[in-house]
Design a protein around this ligand. Structure first.
Ligand code: SAH
Length: 471
């Protein structure tokens, strides 16, 4: 049977892809069906066909998979923010654990790796490593301390906030402005901004024409401090009537209000220039007894509950005794650095964003941490330079790179520096696996692996790996 575009067909979902899409087969041809879950029998509609596989849309579920649950959010399917709301949380955790395992095994070549629960099978294998169970959340909702809402015209023509649909930039408005992953205050704050825009006829930004003013609204909350931040990303140099908005947000309990100027035709959300309108230009938060200040441009983990667990896992893997020199590459505002500093002799942090390093230095001061030093720059430039010029040494190197993983030069320098241990914190297990393979070829063996679910309802997963130098 040949299936053409828009044809409907019945298929059983047998597997799930990287992004959580269901995978089924008909006559050997592979169909990727977004929102299809392993075990579902569904009716699907063909959307786009390639030589070896095609994309289809879920029309209706005929027989639900055992893990299928009802989504909390009415736009869970169309909105690109969540990929797995219809899978029970327990099954989401299993899926993520398996994803990390598959990457490390297939891309990383770790033949000696086993899933949690496979202790028996592992016994027979020399040097076997059993992954530690994934750390999930007790309450996997409203966990995000940060939201960046694109602003666009709503159905009634008035500005609204939403998220982009999966692969496109079509705006899916958030029902009642209340995303179930964001904090409760967001709805109220978005309403203040959108009402203000409507009242003063301020236009949302339009990507196609590069016209309009307000591109995104960034909201952040310090979960421990309760402090709120609002930053409007604008396609212009100023916001008309900014004083009115500032007063209203102040009244709504916001302690930091700012503008980020972004006039480029780009997918990058924030512009480099920040105009402060109210407050000190940052909010504060606290993780594991350490206080942090966070500026609009600084990276800060989005899930504070899981972040603390992630950092404890990294610290446990590093197993410091007090006399070590540690490098924390991709350090952001120095959060992991300060956790490490409590147990090490000296910690050096490296980070590319200057504002984040300003925050990192201030955070160290604020917490009376004196044994850290920070460098602004690319890890792949700062580390080789420090190693070649100043012959710096490392007992342990911690890396926490963005999704694309570590740069080859960075890995190469790590290998030359010969630290006893590398603790790799990763938000993309495929690039982690690629880098683990390189380190493995130079004598670093994986000893511990643990996934942490920082992003419930999405397909993403965080992983911590301990590599130890064996030769
Ligand atoms: N460890 C920190 C930040 C991790 S996110 C935390 O847990 O909060 C990754 C960080 O790497 C971001 O702050 C990003 O700005 C930074 N970054 C991206 N590319 C970089 C590079 N080439 N060199 C150094 N830092 C980089």
């Amino acid at each position: 049977m040949e299936i053409k575009k828009n044809d409907k067909f019945i298929v059983t979902i047998e597997d799930m892809g990287e992004d959580g899409s269901g995978i089924g087969k008909i006559d050997g041809y592979i169909w990727l069906v977004k929102d299809g879950l392993i075990g579902d029998v569904i009716e699907a509609s063909a959307m786009k066909m390639k030589k070896n596989y095609g994309f289809a849309r879920l029309v209706r579920v005929i027989e639900p998979a055992p893990g299928r649950v009802e989504a909390r959010c009415p736009v869970a399917r169309s909105c690109g923010g969540c990929q797995m709301q219809e899978l029970s949380y327990e099954e989401q955790l299993k899926f993520k654990e398996k994803k990390v395992y598959n990457h490390l095994k297939r891309i990383g070549g770790l033949e000696y790796l086993f899933l949690p629960g496979q202790e028996k099978e592992a016994e027979a294998v020399d040097g076997a490593v059993v992954m530690e169970p994934i750390i999930g959340m007790e309450q996997p909702w409203r966990y995000r301390n940060k939201a960046q809402y694109p602003i666009g015209p709503g159905k009634d023509g008035l500005p609204t906030a939403g998220f982009y649909a999966g692969r496109t930039h079509a705006l899916v408005p958030i029902p009642e402005l209340d995303c179930v992953l964001g904090c409760e205050e967001n709805q109220r704050l978005l309403k203040v901004v959108l009402d203000f825009m409507a009242e003063y006829h301020l236009k949302p930004y339009m990507e196609e024409s590069h016209r309009g003013l307000v591109r995104h609204v960034l909201l952040r909350k310090g979960y421990a401090s309760g402090e709120l931040m609002v930053c409007l990303v604008i396609n212009g140099d100023q916001l008309p009537h900014a004083d009115v908005l500032t007063k209203r947000l102040e009244k709504a309990g916001v302690s930091s209000v700012s503008l980020s100027v972004n006039k480029e035709k780009t997918n990058v959300i924030m512009g480099d220039k920040i105009i402060n309108l109210h407050g000190p230009g940052y909010i504060t938060d606290c993780i594991g007894g350490i206080e942090y200040r966070i500026s609009p441009l600084s990276f800060y983990q989005v899930n504070p509950v899981q972040t603390e667990r992630l950092y404890h896992t990294a610290l446990e893997f590093a197993d410091l005794h007090g006399d070590e020199t540690v490098w924390d590459l991709y350090c952001g505002i120095g959060t992991i650095s300060s956790f490490l500093a409590k147990k090490a002799r000296k910690v050096y942090g490296v980070e590319i964003i200057p504002q984040a390093i300003e925050d990192a230095r201030e955070n160290a001061k604020r917490n009376g941490i004196e044994n850290v030093e920070f460098f602004v720059g690319k890890a792949e430039e700062v580390l080789p330079e420090q190693y070649e010029k100043n012959h710096v040494h490392a007992d342990v190197i911690v890396v926490d790179p963005p999704r694309k993983g570590c740069d080859a030069v960075c890995l190469d320098t790590i290998i030359k520096m010969k630290p006893k241990k590398v603790v790799y914190v990763s938000c993309d297990s495929s690039t982690l696996a690629r880098d683990v393979k390189v380190l493995g070829e130079h004598g670093y063996m994986v000893e511990r692996v643990r996934a942490v679910d920082m992003f419930p309802m999405s397909g993403h997963v965080e992983t911590v790996v301990l590599l130890v130098k064996k030769r």
